[in-house]
Design a protein around this ligand. Structure first.
Ligand code: SF4
Length: 313
């Protein structure tokens, strides 16, 4: 099986103690069967603590503390299991996060998830066009799978830098016969407020967007962002690459393009709101915004499935 990933994939290293939104806080950390067996054999006090920290039941996971932190996340932000037992003792989800893997018919495609702030930093600050490579860094071969053919054509279309980002996203929708629903600012805020929300910061942002829907100056923000269009291009490429090939249906692939445009519309409007309120919106603010979007929407199967469903052509 050929292994394919975006050219930035191997740049990722967890920034652990410097991470402001650690994946060891608030997220349920499932323990795979192999690691679960390993943890049964670890001797001494640490082994006892590990076993006591695992929930009993069908899906074993670490029981988070009262602050929703993994019990092995130390105060300096480092992992006690790595420190005492080494990387090889991590459960699969901790060892792999934020990497994702999509097994397809003739290949495995991997990438970095935007929900991790360091992964988001690597993806969003890439000014060059992202391209797909194989393990030896050679260009990924073209596939004859109809879904991948259309996915790769959509990626080329949203990377067409002859057009500004907005024009090229809407030209792509036209080209592939996809669409997005009514997308004025209030309708966007209402749509995302109707979805499941996890973080109160996300809800507050959406409510504020709705309250200021008529006064958000999108044109002024577009001018401000004119030399940072690659941030939105990378977002669109990330979404299409990650989601288009999850189903063997071409219509699902087209929904991923609509999902990318809808994500762009929302993140642009929220960026404009922050810019208007704070007088600035730097790349770090963009990274945090896209990270939050990813956690709330993309990493919620319920939210992503709902959007891909209503966006189907
Ligand atoms: S979110 Fe990313 S950078 Fe932060 S602790 Fe997790 S893997 Fe590391």
């Amino acid at each position: 099986m050929i292994h394919i990933f975006p050219d930035y994939y191997e740049k990722f290293t967890c920034i652990s103690s410097r991470c402001r939104h650690s994946c060891c806080v608030s997220w349920e950390i499932d323990i795979d069967p192999e690691t679960h067996s390993l943890y049964q054999s670890i001797p001494g006090a640490l082994g006892d603590r590990i076993r006591k920290s695992i929930s009993r039941g069908e899906d074993p996971h670490f029981i988070l503390d009262k602050d929703e932190r993994c019990p092995f996340l130390m105060s300096d932000g480092l992992c006690e299991i790595i420190k005492e037992l080494g990387h090889a003792s991590l459960c699969e989800i901790c060892a792999e996060h934020p990497r994702f893997h999509n097994p397809l018919t003739d290949r495995i495609e991997s990438g970095l998830g935007l929900c991790c702030e360091e992964a988001a930093r690597i993806i969003i600050t890439n000014k060059e066009k992202t391209f797909l490579v194989t393990e030896d860094q050679g260009k990924a071969p073209r596939s004859t799978d109809p879904v991948l053919v259309i996915r790769d054509a959509m990626l080329s279309s949203v990377q067409n830098r002859d057009l500004d980002i907005r024009s090229r996203l809407y030209a792509s929708l036209d080209l592939f016969g996809a669409s997005v629903p009514e997308n004025d600012v209030r309708a966007l805020a209402d749509l995302f407020l109707s979805l499941e929300q996890m973080d109160s910061k996300w809800t507050e942002l959406l409510i504020s967007l709705k309250e200021n829907a008529e006064s958000v100056d999108l044109d002024a923000f577009d001018d401000f962002m004119s030399d940072r269009q690659s941030e939105y291009e990378q977002l669109a490429v990330y979404i299409i690459y990650r989601h288009a090939a999850k189903s063997s249906e071409v219509s699902y692939a087209l929904s991923s393009l609509s999902f990318a445009v809808l994500a762009y519309e929302l993140i642009r409007a929220l960026g404009a709101l922050i810019y208007q309120n704070e007088g600035s919106f730097d790349t770090e603010s963009q990274i945090m915004l896209m990270r939050l979007f990813s956690c709330e929407i993309e990493y919620s199967e319920e939210n992503t499935d709902y959007l891909l469903d209503i966006l189907a052509p």
